[in-house]
Design a protein around this ligand. Structure first.
Ligand code: HEC
Length: 152
């Protein structure tokens, strides 16, 4: 009896390996990337790419374990949800009002250590922001928001 259940569980684990979410990787650079409309200094861009782009852009760097289900499904959910809220690859399509609001959220969530997600930094230690990097990101988001608001 116990053995039978183990076989069933094993079979399920094997079968779900074949159900893979499609990957969030685009071949061409987005024409609506945030940099098309707004100034992003290279040091800020480096931080965004390292700590945010896996979930907030059209290009995710997939670690090997995303090929193991259900880890990949779980990650895919985060990417879908994260992109839905904020996508730097589509940022230029946002209205000025929405862009300003998203930048306000960026400053706020980084300040409160809510982004990048803790479940992510557990596996991606390199995505943890230093105090200096946090300050840089927050200042950039605040300055850009103010300049957008001035032109609204
Ligand atoms: C592992 C995936 C992941 C990473 C990495 C990540 N985020 Fe998020 N982010 C999410 C998800 C999922 C949501 C939506 C649910 C929530 O708010 O928790 C979100 C929501 C947000 C929002 C809220 C948008 C709104 O309008 O409410 C902002 C702003 C944000 N993230 C900024 C960032 C920044 C800045 C970074 C990098 C420093 C970052 N995120 C890194 C997954 C991620």
């Amino acid at each position: 009896m116990g053995k039978k259940i183990l076989w069933v569980i094993l079979a399920i684990i094997v079968v779900i390996q074949f159900i893979r979410p499609s990957k969030n990787v685009s071949e061409v650079p987005s024409e609506n990337d945030i940099r098309v409309h707004y100034a992003v200094p290279s040091n800020v861009l480096a931080i965004l790419k390292r700590s945010c782009y896996d979930c907030h852009s059209n290009n995710t760097n997939y670690p090997w374990y995303t090929n193991i289900q259900p880890v990949g499904w779980w990650l895919n959910n985060h990417i879908e949800e994260g992109k839905d809220e904020l996508n730097f690859s589509e940022f230029a399509t946002y209205s000025t009002k929405k862009a300003a609001h998203k930048l306000e959220e960026v400053a706020e969530l980084v300040e409160e250590n809510e982004m990048p997600l803790e479940s992510y930094t557990l596996m991606h230690g390199d995505a943890v922001l230093s105090a200096d990097e946090k300050e840089m990101l927050i200042n950039w988001a605040n300055d850009l928001r103010k300049s957008i608001k001035q032109n609204m």
